[in-house]
Design a protein around this ligand. Structure first.
Ligand SMILES: [Fe+2]
Ligand SMILES: [Fe+2]
Length: 691
């Protein structure tokens, strides 16, 4: 750990400190947020209390309390309440005193008009007294009846006349009485402002708030119409953006995204003993790209294309469990980054991510060709599309004919883009998909072709190792495509001097018999360096180069060392050892074991014609590698090692069984031929004798 520096130390101790990957992720998020701000929000977004820049239509059905409408309605209801009339106490007292004065024949306190007062004065005393008395009686009558509602609002002229006519007095007197009463009988009520206001308020309050609902396609606000705070709120709920800089999302990108790697590590379980080989930068880059894809697809209302893209990339280049975490987490985060904080969109996109992660696990983890890959991706896309339609139907989000077209076209287009982009990503980030590995392992690969022609023995050894390693890898749940490709290329360095390696000597004399042991060792050890040079020349991926570099670890060619010693040469032992490093992954460790076992079995086969004691040989090789410490950097468990030994034993046994059968068959054939020959000779002899 010491060599890795502080960053390496933190990266190992604290999984969220994957600085470079997190920086890539945050950079993508910020670019998308900024892009959205520039392209969408700023150009087409609305501002509260400003005229709307365009007509907005509802995308989703929703119910809401129409506050604007409610307040208009409440003010109207208030207006229906006219002034509240109440009985005016002082007016009643005044009337009573006036009636009393009239009854006494006193007109001074009646405050009647000058004309009427003059008319009364001109009347004879007796007539005047009578008129005033009658008037007082009538007024008193009206006052008594004023307890009812009608009387409170004043007495009508007709009612007064009706009462006067009942007195059956001369017309002139009737006229005067009417005039007196008309002036004396003032309305006994007034409008109570305070009571009116509180009554209006009560009525408005008692009115229920207006609930309204909109359906997809309903006009929310017309272009040029004022965007009230309520309309602004509805537009936001519908997913339209207000012209506000996306501060919240930026904070999310800066403070929440860095914790994502921690989540993945928690999900996939800590293994502190093994170094973290997760390609964080690659993962972050692909996740970021998928957000861009999601952004552009969502412009056409086709959600989930980002997670389709991500599933395609992740399931083909990462271990399935890690890929699951990446697709699920990446899509959910993407939903927040890409769609803003509109809840319905976030849910929809996140659900698409969940489908991609689950269905992708089944559809994409066993792909065998590019066309197969495309078909599987297309199926995944259609599945997502079907689910999104189902969700749209369930939540009444609106399904229109173009949407189906966009879904199919989008799925086909993005599946194709993944196929096209994947090799570029593989080269740039040096990650390997099974497709690339399968293509590399094909016999048409130029380097393998060269090996087949120039070093057929090594080629055969590589093929055999490929088969053996693949079968063990399958049992251990390791990447068998990688092991096969690694086996095919591990001894590629032998191409430089094929005849110096025993498998290419084809029964000819051993060239090393005439060489100094130190030179022999030098040439043999050089196949590592020369292999790496060829790997560079033919642009082999880093992971394949690791097989070349590590397959002999730091083992020593003890045969040549002993030979040198027996010849009396004093040469340091390390000149007979491979430079290493020792295997650092399970894959290269496994190849070392298979390679060594195969060499040992081959050597023993040559030494004796009987079937060698395979189990003993295999045990011995594994034991030696362990005791030499060659597997110290590989986390094989005892169970793994037992499984490796068992699988190799079975494989070699079946190989030698067929060989033995062949030998027996050969032997039988020979015996048969001899028998036939003998019979023939006898028959010739017999025929000669018969003559
Ligand atoms: Fe080798
Ligand atoms: Fe080898």
């Amino acid at each position: 750990m010491g060599k890795k520096g502080i960053a390496g130390f933190f990266a190992e101790k604290f999984p969220f400190f994957r600085a470079s990957g997190v920086i890539v992720l945050v950079a993508f998020a910020l670019s998308i947020l900024f892009m959205r701000w520039v392209i969408n929000d700023r150009m087409t977004g609305f501002l509260p209390d400003e005229p709307s820049p365009r007509s907005y239509f509802a995308l989703y059905p929703m119910n809401f309390v129409d506050e604007d409408g409610t307040s208009v309605l409440r003010s109207r209801v208030g207006e229906t309440v006219a002034g509240v009339l109440v009985r005016d106490g002082s007016a009643v007292e005044l009337l009573i005193s006036k009636i009393e004065s009239m009854a006494k024949g006193d007109t001074s306190s009646l405050s009647i008009s000058q004309g009427l007062s003059d008319l009364l004065k001109a009347l004879p005393e007796e007539a005047r007294q009578k008129i005033l008395r009658e008037s007082a009686l009538l007024a008193n009558e009206f006052l008594k009846n004023s307890g009812t509602e009608t009387a409170l609002t004043g007495v009508t002229s007709e009612a007064v006349w009706k009462e006067i006519e009942k007195l059956s007095l001369p017309m002139e007197e009737n006229n005067i009485i009417f005039q007196i009463l008309d002036e004396v009988l003032q309305p006994l009520t007034r409008v109570d402002e305070e009571l009116t206001r509180s009554l209006r308020d009560d009525l408005a309050e008692s009115l229920k708030p207006l609930e309204r609902s909109v359906s997809p396609g309903d006009l929310l606000v017309e272009k040029g119409q004022m965007v009230t705070p309520q309309v602004a709120r509805i537009l936001k709920l519908q997913g339209y953006s207000q012209v506000t800089f996306p501060w919240k999302q930026i904070l999310f990108a800066l403070f929440a995204l860095p914790f994502w790697p921690l989540w993945i590590r928690l999900q996939s379980g800590f293994r502190p003993s093994s170094p973290d080989r997760t390609p964080w930068i690659y993962i972050s880059f692909v996740v970021g790209l998928s957000w861009v894809v999601e952004y552009f697809s969502s412009l056409f209302n086709v959600q989930g294309m980002g997670s389709l893209f991500l599933a395609g990339c992740a399931y083909l280049t990462l271990p399935s469990l890690l890929a699951f975490q990446v697709v699920l987490g990446g899509s959910i985060l993407g939903a927040i980054v890409v769609t803003g904080l509109s809840a319905l969109h976030v849910v929809l996109v996140a659900l698409m991510g969940l489908i991609s992660a689950i269905a992708g696990f089944g559809l994409l983890s066993d792909v065998n060709s590019r066309s197969h890959f495309w078909r599987q991706l297309f199926q995944l896309g259609l599945l997502q599309g079907a689910v999104s339609l189902l969700i749209r139907w369930a939540f009444e989000l609106g399904i229109y004919p173009q949407l189906l077209m966009y879904l199919v076209i989008g799925t086909a287009a993005w599946s194709t883009v993944v196929i096209a982009v994947l090799p570029l990503l593989e080269n740039s980030f040096d990650v390997l998909s099974p497709l690339r590995l399968m293509e590399m392992s094909h016999p048409s690969n130029p380097l393998l072709k060269k090996l087949q022609i120039e070093a057929p023995g090594t080629y055969h050894h590589a093929l055999m190792l490929g088969t053996l390693a693949e079968s063990v890898a399958d049992k251990l749940g390791m990447n068998s495509n990688l092991l096969k490709a690694g086996a095919y290329f591990h001894d590629i360095g032998k191409l430089k001097r094929p005849q110096f390696f025993v498998e290419n000597q084809m029964g000819n004399a051993n060239i090393h018999d005439e060489l100094k042991p130190s030179l022999s060792a030098l040439i043999i050890i050089a196949h590592i360096r020369e292999g790496l040079e060829l790997a560079e020349e033919y642009h082999l991926p880093q992971k394949i180069r690791e097989f070349i570099k590590e397959h002999h670890g730091t083992t020593c060619l003890s045969y040549f060392y002993r030979k040198a010693k027996s010849m009396g040469l004093e040469i340091p032992r390390d000149q007979f050892c491979y430079p290493g490093p020792r295997p650092r992954s399970r894959e290269t460790g496994l190849l070392m074991l298979v390679d060594s076992v195969e060499a040992a079995v081959r050597a023993e086969m040559r030494a004796s014609t009987s079937i060698p004691d395979l189990q003993k040989t295999i045990e011995g090789v594994v034991e030696t590698k362990m005791s030499e410490g060659q597997l110290d950097d590989v986390d094989f468990t005892l169970k793994d090692l037992a499984l490796i030994k068992q699988t190799l034993l079975t494989a070699f046994q079946s190989m030698y069984h067929t060989r033995k059968v062949k030998e027996i068959q050969e032997k039988d054939k020979e015996q048969l031929l001899q028998k036939l020959k003998k019979q023939e000779e006898e028959s010739i002899e017999g025929s000669l004798a018969s003559r």
